[in-house]
Design a protein around this ligand. Sequence first.
Ligand code: SF4
Length: 338
Amino acid sequence: MIRCVPDYYNDFRCLAERCPHSCCIGWEVMVDDDTAAFYQSVPGELGQRLRQALQRDEDGAYCFPLQGGRCPFLERSGLCEVYRRLGEARTSFICRTHPRFFDDYGSRREESLCASCPEVVRLVLSRDAQFTESDWEGPSGQTPSLLNPLLRCRDRALAILRREGTPLREKLGELLLFANEVQSRIDEGEEASLPQFAEEWTAPDLPIPDERHRAEVWPHVLELLQSLECLGSDWSSLLQTGRNSGGVPLYHAPELWGQRTAVYFLFRYWLHSVWDGDVLSRAELCVLATAVTGSLSAPYPDCLRMFCREIEHCDENLEALQEAFCHRFRLIDLLGLM
Ligand code: SF4
């Protein structure tokens, strides 16, 4: 089995008490069954408080409901009491693994870090990520038939984003056109042609959306984002500021940051389409995320962190965006965001 990770993966260290946006604030901590069972046996006053705090959510899963907006075991110092007194291995699975994501594709596992964490944002924006593969002894399932063709296509898509000397806007536009062609071949049942297609791809002329079109699309994008489940009031305020400004947002962040953001989203989501064949929506997510984070009126790292927190940690929000890409937005609308 192959394991693939970004080259900054092993550099991640939780900022713990130095973190300005602790993930233990504002989010209910889910507790896996094994850890919940262990908490039943913890002696003394800590064990008593663990058992008192442990509740079941509406789906019947164990969790620690927030107290005053914080995990009940987050100490004022910013440290985790469970970690400090019982050790990291006794924290719940989500606490031990956050902000890591794991995606299994049969004979391939991909792991990444989520940029909802400020330290991951720093890592993502600090370098042109490369993705390293190694042999891995994990359990292997059935490999989806689209995996190999879409891996070849992702390599090409990454090469488009990394091409030097081309404006970011053009690279994102080319990515959309490339994904659109890949999508057509999947829809036509021509997956076998994808590796050669990816190899022979040449950049076409991009259609250029006019200003009037851009002015029409942006309010729809902000409205869509505002209609999603909201995890933080800072995000809804930022979107409202964007809507109140009335103008057409302009991408104003460094192009290199936008490129690295696009690469981050491409690595994280492109291969999800091996399960449903919807590669175009994943490319559109990549473009939307890059355009939105670079166009809102807050420092770019904060915009990226908030976007990832709101979208990547909520399956319903990811599904709502995929639905909107399929039914509400056309390719030219996405092209007009940059
Ligand atoms: S957001 Fe990141 S750096 Fe901050 S406490 Fe959570 S994992 Fe650590």
